[in-house]
Design a protein around this ligand. Structure first.
Ligand code: NDP
Ligand code: GDR
Length: 341
């Protein structure tokens, strides 16, 4: 039996891309996973529905709770009830462009939300370990390659909020001896990626253009350089950070750069299309201050966590196109498919 069997984890952001993969990973390792779900007027659990068990089941692997990172009291109550061994704070307003439209809301959820959770751990008096979903967006204008010692220069309300969360996490570690870690993750994608992030927007468009449902794809800056990896591999790194003897902060990345234009070319080619015939520019997708180039140096994660990514951006583009084509074909034939990659 694995040493992790019987452990309990609490995940904020369990309905998101990473939360769904992390819940799967932890359940596979024998954890009971408690997920924090915010109330929505429509269903927001599509990514985790395949793990859902009826509340009447006696030994559920996944248990969902209504709470919100903007409600500190709810967080204290939830922690007291669940008493998790590990907490993964993945909940956030995570869209960089949108953070310019709703900067105060982003600061509240993506920034203060982390502090509320850290303080809730302290207030509830439980002994737990916490993972904070920090981001390469914190580096912003700092030139690549970026590692754990690169100074932060965020370029968006989202990036600023994540820097606040990063330092709050470090501060609780130093002040209260909490096992609190920052995973500084570079962009990671998958067939479960939100539809408005650039990779998924592109791969969905490839499927829809092929099917004759759409002719053009409107995008902003094609020159931005990113370091795109595969989300299921990145959630493994989160877990590894909480299994160490000492808390620390780690960059998680592939180290391989590509422009949005490169990704576009690979995705359209994978669908048998020429992107130049379909892509149009729309200034509304540009950011008031852009992050030009993010390329991570994952040497520390490789050395101390033994973590190594296998999927690079080109293969990622191909697998996402393949998944979107299959999902659209199933949708058009009236079947409901589970996105299980
Ligand atoms: P998603 O946007 O897919 O998921 C975000 C999650 O946060 C969703 O479950 C969302 O719920 C939840 N959430 C939003 N607002 C609140 C709130 N007020 N209270 C509680 N939960 C809330 O993000 P990803 O899965 O891609 O990313 C996970 C985390 O990692 C985020 O913090 C993100 O900022 C960070 N990150 C992501 C990277 C990436 O490349 N994916 C890279 C670096 C960091 P709902 O489903 O209801 O919207
Ligand atoms: P990012 O991801 O901002 O890096 O944040 P996103 O996919 O939104 O943008 C990547 C780059 O593509 C350019 N771009 C466009 N972006 C979007 N969304 N839509 C477009 O039409 C478009 N056209 C060009 C952007 O300008 C940008 O340069 C993601 C999020 O997951 C964060 O939560 C996470 O912290 C970081 O990755 C690391």
């Amino acid at each position: 039996m694995s040493t992790t069997a019987g452990k309990t984890a609490l995940i904020s952001g369990v309905t998101g891309q990473d939360g769904s993969y992390l819940a799967e990973l932890l359940i596979e390792k024998g954890y009971t996973v408690h997920g924090l779900v915010r109330r929505s007027s429509t269903f927001n659990t599509e990514r985790i529905d395949h793990m859902y068990q009826d509340p009447q089941e006696p030994h559920r692997a996944l248990v969902l709770h209504h709470a919100d990172l903007s409600d500190g009291v709810a967080l204290v109550n939830l922690l007291r009830e669940v008493r998790p061994d590990e907490v993964y704070n993945l909940g956030a307003q995570s869209h960089v462009r949108v953070s310019f439209d709703v900067p105060l809301y982003t600061a509240d959820v993506t920034g203060l939300g982390t502090l509320r959770l850290l303080e809730a751990i302290r207030a509830s008096g439980i002994d737990t370990r916490i993972y904070q979903a920090s981001s390469s967006e914190m580096f912003g204008a700092a030139p690549p390659p970026q590692n754990e010692r690169t100074p932060f220069h965020p370029r968006s309300p989202y990036g600023v909020a994540k820097v606040f969360s990063y330092w709050s996490t470090v501060n609780y570690r130093e002040a209260y001896d909490m096992f609190a870690v920052n995973g500084i993750l570079f962009n990671h994608e998958s067939p479960r990626r939100g539809e408005t992030f650039v990779t998924r927007k592109i791969t969905r468009a490839v499927a829809r253009i092929r099917a004759g449902l759409q002719e053009h794809l409107y995008l902003g800056n094609l020159d931005a350089v990113r370091d795109w990896g595969y989300a299921p591999e990145y959630v493994e790194a989160m877990w590894l950070m909480l299994q160490r003897d000492r808390p620390d902060d780690y960059v998680v990345a592939t180290g391989v750069p590509a422009t949005v234009r490169d990704f576009l070319g690979a995705a359209f080619a994978a669908g048998g299309l020429d992107w130049t015939e379909h892509v149009r520019f729309d200034a509304k997708y540009e950011r008031p201050s852009e992050v030009d180039a993010l390329v991570g140096d994952p040497a520390k994660a490789r050395e101390l966590l033994g973590w190594e990514p296998a999927v690079r951006w080109r293969e990622l583009a191909e697998l996402m196109v393949e998944a979107d084509i299959a999902a659209l074909e199933a949708e058009l034939s009236g079947a409901r498919v589970r996105i299980d990659r």
